[in-house]
Design a protein around this ligand. Structure first.
Ligand SMILES: [Zn+2]
Length: 286
């Protein structure tokens, strides 16, 4: 599943490719992708003549800001956008086509068909699902240490599921939560309220660093992911802990193990991420 850095990269690439273009015609080939409005023909008609002003991101959602509307798009598991000539043959799994007045065409492909699009009059998109309840945006200026601490420090919940909850902080998916917790040296099962101020500061820094490093990797490799047919692909990151179970930790050499926390596959270095506070309390009780 694309995570926040990939979606940020897709956003930047789309901005380079389609900002300023005007939609001539829209064709929806798979109605279930369109969540709003209910009437698919209405979706197609409302978009005619709309110019792409910019593309923004909120969490893992793309916001296509148009003359009068905003189209909110979530790629979910396998959604991809690609820029083609309207004369290029259609590839399989192409579900929505946006033809521009200059003869180019943005195509949405989605093998798994889980992606969604919602169309709102401009401004309404932030007051309704799916964007209305989203939490702090970790790559924004507003993601200060104080804002982060106020949002999570008093919670009696394990830190990993809390970081995955989009109502607190948006867009840090499973991979980047594992990477951030490793970087901060925090065990994923620690209760949020048990974290010291120092640990919270390390975690806050780790989240920003993990996400912005990945955006940079994506940003610098955009060219290699826009192939001849214009498909915007995704990229591999240098990961320190995610997917490295049974391998040795790059920091200390201990064997990384995989377990389940809050229903999600979770990677932990037993040395770098101890459940230390619990251990200290147990010793002092004896
Ligand atoms: Zn380690």
């Amino acid at each position: 599943m694309p995570e926040l850095p990939e979606v940020e990269t897709v956003k930047r690439t789309l901005n380079n490719l389609i900002t300023g273009k005007t939609i001539e015609q829209v064709q929806v080939r798979l109605p279930r992708i369109i969540q709003k409005p209910d009437d698919i023909q209405m979706f197609e008609v409302l978009l005619q003549g709309q110019q792409i002003e910019t593309i923004e991101r909120r969490g893992k959602f793309l916001r296509f800001v148009l003359t009068d509307y905003v189209m909110v798009s979530h790629l979910r598991m396998e959604g991809r956008y690609g820029l083609y000539s309207s004369e290029d043959p259609l590839e399989s799994h192409t579900h929505v086509l946006f033809r521009f007045t200059d003869g180019s065409e943005l195509r949405y492909k989605d093998v798994r068909q889980f992606g969604t699009m919602h169309l709102f009059p401009r401004g309404e998109e932030l007051t309704q699902p799916p964007l209305h309840k989203l939490g702090l945006e970790p790559l924004d200026e507003g993601f200060t240490f104080e804002a982060f601490r106020d949002r999570i420090a008093h919670k009696k919940t394990k830190i990993k599921p809390l970081l995955l909850n989009q109502e607190y902080i948006v867009g840090i998916g499973n991979i980047y939560v594992d990477e951030s917790l490793f970087l901060a040296g925090i065990h994923p099962e620690r209760e949020a309220s048990s974290l010291s101020k120092k640990e919270l500061m390390l975690l806050h820094e780790a989240i920003i660093r993990t996400l912005s490093d990945s955006v940079e990797v994506g940003g610098s490799s955009i060219k290699s992911y826009v192939n001849g047919q214009g498909e915007i692909g995704l990229f591999q990151h240098q990961l320190n802990i995610y997917g490295r179970q049974s391998q040795s930790c790059k920091t200390c050499g201990s064997e990384i193990y995989k377990t389940v926390v809050g229903g999600r596959g979770t990677h932990i270095c037993p040395t770098c991420q101890p459940l230390k506070r619990k251990r200290i309390i147990k010793k002092s009780e004896k």
